[in-house]
Design a protein around this ligand. Structure first.
Ligand SMILES: [Zn+2]
Ligand SMILES: [Zn+2]
Length: 195
């Protein structure tokens, strides 16, 4: 296979995998008190406790933003978890892709942290001008209001595919459906409203 296609494919695969990884880790560890419990304590108790889906979502001063970023051991832990997988893919399936997978994993983590930090701490950074950033910030703000929705921070693909994605538009549709059901006296349809 063309080596450039393989390398580009590795980056795309990393983005897709990253979306599902952050969805899975966020839903089943950060919002569920299983070992290591620090993930639940640091995220559900502290991060969500301080920054809610209202005005408290925004941290005015960087001095008070110490609970926005992940713990310093998160990156080494993520790399240690994925190095054996990266090694096996390179050794047995797609040779010469280890460096690409490693750099793409690193880049995903750095962009995730940068994006999440700027969502909570508006400082008129260049990134705040982009529509995709404003969309992701609203997506994450809704997660701070509805903790079992919008688990993805950077790439909401897994939310969309797993049915956990909500937007202001779907919430408005659900509200209108509820009001229509109450007005008509009919039971509300169980069918989820898709964005
Ligand atoms: Zn957050
Ligand atoms: Zn959360």
């Amino acid at each position: 296979m063309n080596p450039i296609i393989v390398q580009v494919g590795a980056v795309v695969a990393c983005g897709v995998y990253g979306s599902f990884f952050e969805w899975f880790w966020h839903k089943y560890w950060m919002h569920y008190p299983r070992e290591p419990k620090e993930a639940f304590r640091g995220h559900t108790i502290v991060h969500h406790g301080l920054y809610k889906g209202d005005d408290s979502f925004f941290v005015e001063e960087e001095l008070h933003a110490e609970h926005v970023l992940l713990k310093p051991y998160a990156l080494p832990g993520l790399i240690a978890l994925h190095l054996p997988i990266i090694y096996c893919i390179d050794r047995y399936w797609l040779p010469h892709t280890a460096l690409t997978f490693f750099l793409a994993t690193l880049a995903y983590f750095v962009v995730y942290e940068f994006t999440h930090y700027n969502m909570h701490v508006p400082r008129k950074q260049f990134v705040e001008r982009f529509a995709w950033f404003r969309f992701l910030r609203q997506h994450h703000k809704l997660h701070h209001r509805y903790m079992q929705k919008n688990f993805c921070v950077l790439i909401p693909l897994a939310d969309w595919m797993c049915g956990t994605m909500i937007t202001e538009k779907t919430l408005a549709k659900q509200k209108a459906a509820r009001e229509a059901a109450i007005a008509s006296g009919q039971p509300l349809s169980k069918k989820p409203v898709r964005s």
